[in-house]
Design a protein around this ligand. Structure first.
Ligand code: ZN
Length: 169
C-alpha cells in the first residue's frame, strides 16, 4: 500500500499495538477493529487463489471502529460496481470476446478499474495487512503510530528476558 508506513513481523509473532485508537489516536480506546487478509505467495499467481486467512484485532475507539467497518463496506461495494461496469463496457465495446478480442476485453475492463484502484492507493486505510507465508506487513497510515508499533514489537522480542531486543544495527 503506497503512502503508508509498512512494518514486517514474523507471522507467528503476536503483534503489540500502541494503546490508542489506530484511526484517531485517542488514548485507551474501548473497542477493537478486526482487520484481516488472505496470505499471498507463489500459489496466488500459480493457482489464482489465496492462502489461509490471517486477522488481528487492533485497538480503536467505538466511533472509529464503526466508521472503518462502514468504509470497508463502501470500498467493497465501489470496487464491485467498477468491476461490473468494466466488464459491461468491455462486452459492449468488444461484443462476443473470443480470440484476440478476449485480450482487448480484458484491457478495457482493467482500464475501467483504474479509477477505483487509484482511489484505493490515494486514500490509505488507518491500518491494512498483507500476509505472506511466514511474515505479515502491517501498513499504517499514521507514521508516528507505525514508529510506536515498531518500537513496541522490537521490545517484545525480549519476551524471555534473556535475548537482547532486535533493532537497527
Ligand atoms: Zn478513534
Amino acid at each position: 500500500m503506497p503512502l503508508s508506513t509498512d512494518i514486517r513481523l514474523p507471522k507467528d509473532r503476536k503483534p503489540i499495538f500502541p494503546d490508542r485508537c489506530v484511526a484517531c489516536g485517542m488514548p485507551g480506546p474501548d473497542d477493537r477493529f478486526r482487520v484481516g487478509t488472505h496470505a499471498i505467495g507463489w500459489w496466488t499467481l500459480a493457482f489464482w487463489t489465496f492462502g489461509r486467512r490471517f486477522s488481528v484485532d487492533v485497538p480503536a475507539c467505538e466511533a472509529c471502529r464503526r466508521q472503518m467497518v462502514r468504509q470497508r463496506r463502501i470500498r467493497r461495494l465501489v470496487s464491485g460496481l467498477f468491476l461490473v461496469a468494466g466488464v459491461g463496457v468491455a462486452i459492449y465495446v468488444v461484443g462476443n470476446p473470443h480470440g484476440v478480442k478476449r485480450w482487448l476485453a480484458m484491457g478495457i475492463a482493467l482500464a475501467c478499474l483504474l479509477p477505483s484502484l487509484a482511489w484505493e492507493m490515494l486514500s490509505p486505510r488507518p491500518i491494512d495487512l498483507t500476509a505472506y507465508s511466514d511474515s505479515v506487513d502491517y501498513e499504517f497510515r499514521d507514521e508516528d503510530y507505525a514508529d510506536e508499533f515498531l518500537a513496541l514489537n522490537q521490545g517484545a522480542d525480549d519476551s524471555d528476558g534473556q535475548s537482547p531486543p532486535i533493532g537497527p544495527s
